[in-house]
Design a binder for this molecule. Sequence first.
Ligand code: FAS
Ligand code: PHB
Length: 390
Amino acid sequence: MRTKVAIIGSGPAGLLLGQLLTNTGVDNVILERATQEHVLSRIRAGVLEEGTTMMLQEAGAGKRMRAEGLPHDGFDLAFDGRRHRVDLFGLTGGKRVMVYGQTEVTHDLMDKRAATGGLSVYEAADVLPQDFDTDRPYVTYKKDGKTHRIDCDFIAGCDGYHGIARKSVPEAAIETFERTFPFGWLGIVADVPPVSAELIYANHPRGFALCSMRSHTRSRYYVQVPVNEKVDDWPDERFWDEIRRRLPEKTAEAMTTGPSIEKSVAPIRSFVAEPLRFGRLFLAGDAGHIVPPTGAKGLNLAASDVRYLFDALNEYYAEKSSAGLDAYSEKALARVWKAERFSWWMTNTMHRFPDQGPFGQKIQHAELDYLFQSRAALTMLAENYVGLPY
Ligand code: FAS
Ligand code: PHB
């Protein structure tokens, strides 16, 4: 079989790239090792930057997001028993974010791909990108007991942090930068109304907490937990008690609790691989970088990588120019590192660290205090949260 672009991974990065290519007539195939149901069962991100929402619309998969998504003009930071609002709209000259779950984004992109005849192979085992250092790359995979080969012009590694694409690159050709945080996030989803109309990020002596949502009737909550925490040690009652202890009193009293419909622990890490291009193989999304979810950047960085990669591939096929492809890695990494910085800053400012000590807590408190005394400081936070320009 032959295609122009072989895409590994049917997450947001792979699906968005695939749809944009299909819409411009560039043939592509997505190879996904999991089932479609498994991909859709993962509960992950919830906040979309305007750049991401615009790309979903450009891909023709933005209708339900426009109808059901929740535009947000601000969020609260809670500390010292009080909530302080960050006026995103006012501080950024009218920008906002869209609260719309990654599961829904994935669903909408899968539906669009099916409607426009894009080929996705699910349960593709042992996917392996090959000869990407030549101008005749190909990918092999196993399915239904047979080995298949797809010859292509380019391979897009959109297969996430644990994928095969980055691991297929010779060690000498890639450099990685990593910081693992000494805690995790225990997250739940519950069909209860959110405690607040906007998100609340809480810095508390017991640890970080986040109140988010998926709709007016479905809430998404997180508490910071020790690294390697077991979900089984957290019955719902314990979760509800803990998150309410980390919120200002009035907010805790107003919280509606109920049975969790999903509960999981996510590790918190920063990770970047450089470069993001190896001959005819390109890494996009979590395959190339990971951010702590504190800044709501993970999914949005996948979208900006896809913006740059799609524009470069489109230029290659439409204008026979490789300029965009040659510039992809440097351009994508410039935005990735700024998001890494912001996510690292938000994580350091909002979480309790085992080795923080009294001095560290004083510095953290001064950081938060300064934010709400300086328009310049709060504008830094706001312009990064809504997303830096592409
Ligand atoms: P993904 O990991 O979403 O998709 C990669 C796909 O490739 C998967 O479907 C996988 O099955 C497939 N794959 C892997 N190896 C393969 C192989 N060898 N062959 C074929 N297919 C293969 N971001 C936020 O902004 N906010 C959050 O709250 C948030 N929470 C998160 C919680 C968790 C547990 C995780 C892991 C991530 C979270 N993220 C969050 C980040 C997340 O949203 C990612 O940024 C987003 O999924 C990136 O999308 P992709 O790059 O498409 O990678
Ligand atoms: C979420 O709703 O899952 C969410 C929102 C904001 C974050 C992280 C996660 O920073």
